[in-house]
Write a protein that binds this ligand. Structure first.
Ligand code: UT7
Length: 332
């Protein structure tokens, strides 16, 4: 039997930082309000000429370098993003593949908003277990600042830019295997969190972004309530189905949208403070990049060791959701 192992993690953030205090000069808000309601203190913002693919490339380089495999051994690349370099073509994955010089590997994007990284894990696991691929590079990369309406205080304080990447490789050792990945979605809630215009489903001219108003819009409070309910249910289910106690989780790495959401889910699972990974204060909400960026912080702090069990939990536009039970299984 061939299993899928989580081999390595990498991440990248652009250097420019936008603090709460700076935002309070742009919209009617305060550092106190943002900190109390979201836990966010600052977020990173990409430069004008720094594209989603550039963020993804830098994260991928670290993940490859830490993986113990050569870049030439990668046979598939998938990128989860809601902020692709180009509207339709080419995909951000093929652009990243080209910039990395990976040659003729399978490459494509997926769109599952903030749940993108968990969706990627489920696809990578299936491709590897089927024997179709051996080493898959997965990337969550976002330049959300490009979709921000910096006059809307309900959204522009939340989101930031960044990327995270991982190598998922084939193994015959069951103890190294990704245990389970759950994914779900319900389009009935689509209007809670969306970019209403700019696509072929909109009546507006997709070329003129200002006129078309392609910015992210969110019914924050309603989204908040569905997020807490869905995230909690999802992690309880994946733990029960796999007969794993929450006390066995070394690192709970949830999507970093709001500190209050993370605390509510952590409390429902009776997790200890030291089990819960937090990076929302530094990066804000980076959608598909948020889980691998948070994981990378744990790794770079020297706190992610071989065999330790991670529980991932995500929720985002669509609405989509997902969770995963993943032991960290580096080759070296
Ligand atoms: O990543 C995908 C999933 N996304 C999420 O899970 C995000 C979920 N939602 C949230 O994180 C929270 O709902 C927000 C942080 C977006 C908002 O927090 P809230 O506690 O739900 O606030 P609210 O929307 O109920 O607004 C409360 C008040 C309102 O004023 P009134 O009507 O009570 O006078 C808002 O106008 O806070 C006001 N408000 C602000 N005030 C200062 C909204 N945004 C701001 C702001 N600064 N930035």
């Amino acid at each position: 039997m061939t299993y899928a192992a989580f081999r390595s993690i990498g991440a990248y953030v652009p250097s420019k930082i936008l603090t709460n205090n700076e935002l309070s000069t742009m919209v009617d808000t305060t550092d106190e309000w943002i900190t109390k309601r979201t836990g966010i203190k600052e977020r990173h913002i990409a430069g004008k000429d720094e594209h989603t693919s550039d963020l993804g490339v830098e994260a991928a380089k670290k993940a490859i370098q830490r993986s113990g495999i050569d870049a030439s051994e990668i046979d598939m690349l998938m990128c989860a993003t809601i902020t692709p370099d180009y509207f339709c073509m080419p995909s951000t994955a093929t652009t990243i593949s080209n910039k990395l010089g990976l040659g003729n590997v399978t490459a494509f994007d997926i769109s599952a908003a903030c749940t993108g990284f968990v969706y990627l894990l489920s696809i990578a696991k299936a491709f590897i277990e089927s024997g179709a691929k051996k080493n898959i590079l997965i990337i969550g990369a976002e330049k959300l600042s490009a979709l921000m309406d910096y006059t809307d205080r309900g959204t522009c304080i939340l989101f930031g830019d960044g990327a995270g990447a991982a190598i998922i490789g084939a193994t015959d050792k069951k103890e190294e295997a990704i245990i389970d990945v759950h994914t779900g979605a319900n389009g009935e809630y689509a209007d809670l969190l969306m970019t209403p215009n700019g696509g072929t489903g909109s009546a507006h001219d997709a070329i003129d972004k200002e006129a078309a108003n392609c910015f992210i819009q969110m019914k924050g409070n309603e989204t908040f309530k569905v997020a807490v309910r869905t995230l909690t249910k999802d992690v309880i289910e994946i733990l029960e189905e796999n007969n794993i106690q929450s006390s066995s989780i070394k690192h709970f790495i949830p999507h970093q949208a709001n500190l209050r959401i993370i605390k509510a889910v952590g409390d429902a699972l009776k997790l200890k403070k030291e089990q819960v990974v937090l990076s929302v204060a530094k990066y804000g909400n980076t959608s598909s990049a948020s889980i691998p960026m948070a994981m990378n912080d744990v790794f770079e702090q020297g706190n992610l060791k071989k065999g330790e069990l991670m529980l991932l939990d995500a929720f985002g536009g669509g609405l989509t959701w997902g969770s995963a039970l993943v032991p960290f299984s580096p080759l070296k």
